[in-house]
Design a protein around this ligand. Structure first.
Ligand code: NA7
Length: 568
């Protein structure tokens, strides 16, 4: 499609007026009515990740005209950009996937309990094609400015190609892990070899064969890539500032019998996932640590060690995150495992966290990570003992000298939560800049709206998930869609949360962020990984129960938390 105002207007007016354009595909219904004359589109979604795709689907299903713009050239969001070797789910595949269509659930067979990135990307492409969403998506378009026009109650959005779009509602589904963070290490541009950030991994295949590779960072991304490339590289140097409590992912193929039972159990799986506290299927345990004898505890810890992914958090002893002694005992068990897996006792000690307890930071899940350090070609550098001085043309210089490298992998994380939203040029009432409104950290209502920015929603952004992300983000998309329907049914076209409702929700988040079990400020969930970012909790510390309760209250009080009006 040609770029420019005319082309975009034509595109939107075509989809809005020709009923036949919406051929019934999947469960999407035809557009019910043409859009308001003042706008090109009712709902403009930004970002083709899991939340954005779902929001596009729901908006169309409810008869709104909708369009999605995406910076990448394909769908997937996080699962499009993070295509580094080893990238994979650590929530069970079928619990992370969409649940809105039983037909989709039935026909898609996940090959692994924890799918790898290529399969995830294939799945999301399948969803987009099955429900005929692709023609509503404009790729290679990054939003550079979104300005609210109070008179018309609409958003004027421009992308990097200069294409303007006027939307009634702007849904920024831009994700929490979309702005890669590079630490301020002098000389990064001087390096003559290849360098890649895990969160911006190139689409073309990266050749590790016979190369001397340095991996910086040992969060979830670093510990996933390390064991996968170890076989082919000439040497692998892992630069670790802080070790994490890594436990086995315990991935496995999904057998035909398991596929059949997943299909048969769809309704109960969906019900559990739609209501469970953390969005997983894992059964919570019913015993506290010291209810059991030492021998029973040992056997239980072994069971946990062999259990899939997050069950070490969700199905562990009930007090493991609450009670210091209980936590310390589980940590000691994990530490012993590390010592048993790593041949060199000095390296094993380096890999055992000393500055935080299990669950105080987001725990990564691993496959053969610890064992990698038994290889002759792998080594671990402790950056606390020997900090990086600079990147040179040849490699990385620490207090111990320069290690020459062919490639540097930056697995150094993200400007989490607010990074993307604060960079979109969002201007609300009276030209208020979102990044100024949030200068001390984000303030939201339900993690979907902020006062002063009418008709702007941001599912899956700050104050959203703490658990299996698509489940929480899906709750928010559902709530946003319901709110748009409510406004339409009552003749309103402007929706803005009241400052009081926002203050109450934000105060709840800030209060609960400090209650155990909680992440510490060492966690990037407080933004402390990015210099000069305000230290403020970026998730919904009240979790899903508080979200459900507040959504019910909004319904029961006839949307009192919002100012609903009709634009001039
Ligand atoms: P994370 O979990 O934020 O990990 C980033 C890693 O990079 C972590 O080990 C950091 O060490 C390290 N880092 C950051 N800055 C530096 C500097 N300046 N020097 C050395 N090391 C540094 O990001 P991931 O991509 O691994 O995971 C993000 C999420 O993706 C994850 O939680 C899952 O949800 C999936 P630190 O711990 O700060 O000392």
């Amino acid at each position: 499609m040609a770029k420019g105002v005319g082309a975009v207007t034509l595109f939107f007016s075509t989809i809005a007026t020709a009923e036949t354009v919406y051929e019934p595909v999947g469960t999407i219904r035809p557009a019910m009515e043409p859009p308001n004359d003042a706008v090109d589109v009712d709902v403009l979604v930004v970002g083709a990740g899991i939340s954005g795709i779902y929001q596009l689907y729901r908006a169309l299903e409810e008869g709104f005209t909708a369009q999605l713009i995406e910076a990448g050239s394909g769908v997937g969001g996080t699962w499009y950009w993070n295509r580094y070797p080893g990238a994979q789910f650590d929530s069970e595949s079928y619990t992370y996937a969409y649940l809105f269509s039983e037909e989709l659930f039935d026909e898609w067979e996940w090959h692994e309990l924890f799918a790898h990135q290529p399969e995830i990307e294939r799945y999301l492409n399948h969803v987009v094609d099955k429900f005929d969403l692709r023609r509503h998506i404009q790729f290679n378009a990054r939003v550079t400015s979104a300005v609210y026009d109070e008179a018309s109650g609409t958003w004027d959005v421009t992308d990097g190609n200069g294409t303007p779009i006027r939307a009634r509602f702007l849904v920024a589904a831009t994700g929490v892990l979309s702005i890669p963070f590079f630490p301020e290490v002098p000389g990064r541009d001087n390096f003559r070899g290849e360098q890649h950030h895990t969160g911006l991994w190139p689409a073309k295949s990266v050749d590790f064969n016979g190369k001397h590779v340095g991996v910086l960072g040992t969060g979830s991304s670093g510990v996933q890539i390390v064991p996968v490339i170890a076989d082919v590289v000439a040497s692998l140097t892992v630069y670790q500032r802080t070790p994490n409590w890594c436990t086995p992912l315990n991935n496995s193929p999904i057998t035909d019998a398991e596929q059949a039972s997943l299909r048969a159990d769809f309704a109960s799986i969906r019900d559990t996932l739609n209501t469970s506290v953390a969005g997983f299927l894992h059964e919570p345990h019913d015993r506290a640590t010291f209810d059991d004898s030492e021998e029973e505890r040992r056997a239980f810890y072994e069971k946990m060690w062999s259990s899939p992914g997050f069950s070490k958090l969700t199905s562990n002893y009930t007090d493991v995150l609450m009670d210091e002694t209980a936590n310390a005992e589980w940590c000691e068990f994990v530490a012993e495992k590390v010592r048993s897996l790593v041949d060199d006792p000095t390296v094993a000690e380096m890999l055992i966290p000393k500055d935080h307890r299990f669950g105080e930071k987001r725990p990564p899940f691993v496959t053969d990570y610890y064992e990698t350090f038994n290889r002759a070609n792998a080594s671990l550098v402790d950056l606390k003992a020997t900090p990086i001085k600079r990147i040179t043309e040849q490699g990385i210089e620490t207090a111990n000298g320069v290690r020459e490298l062919d490639m540097i992998v930056w697995a150094t994380g993200f400007d989490f939560g607010t990074g993307a939203l604060n960079r979109m040029g969002i201007r609300g009432l009276d030209g208020l800049a979102l990044e100024e409104h949030w200068a001390d950290g984000p303030t939201t209502f339900l993690g979907v709206q902020t006062a002063g920015f009418p008709n702007l929603f941001f599912p899956g952004g700050p104050h959203a998930a703490a658990g299996n992300n698509p489940r929480y983000n899906g709750d928010q998309v559902e709530f946003i869609t319901e709110t748009l329907i409510y406004a339409r049914d009552h003749g309103f076209d402007t929706i803005e949360v009241s400052p009081e409702a926002e203050d109450t929700w934000t105060a709840m988040v800030d209060k609960w962020a400090k209650q155990p079990p909680s992440f510490t400020e060492k966690s990037y969930y407080f933004g402390t990984n990015v210099p000069e970012k305000p230290t403020r909790y970026l998730l919904n510390a009240g979790g899903r129960p508080k979200l459900f309760r507040e959504i019910a209250r909004v319904r029961d009080t006839d949307y009192q938390a919002f100012k609903l009006s009709r634009s001039a």
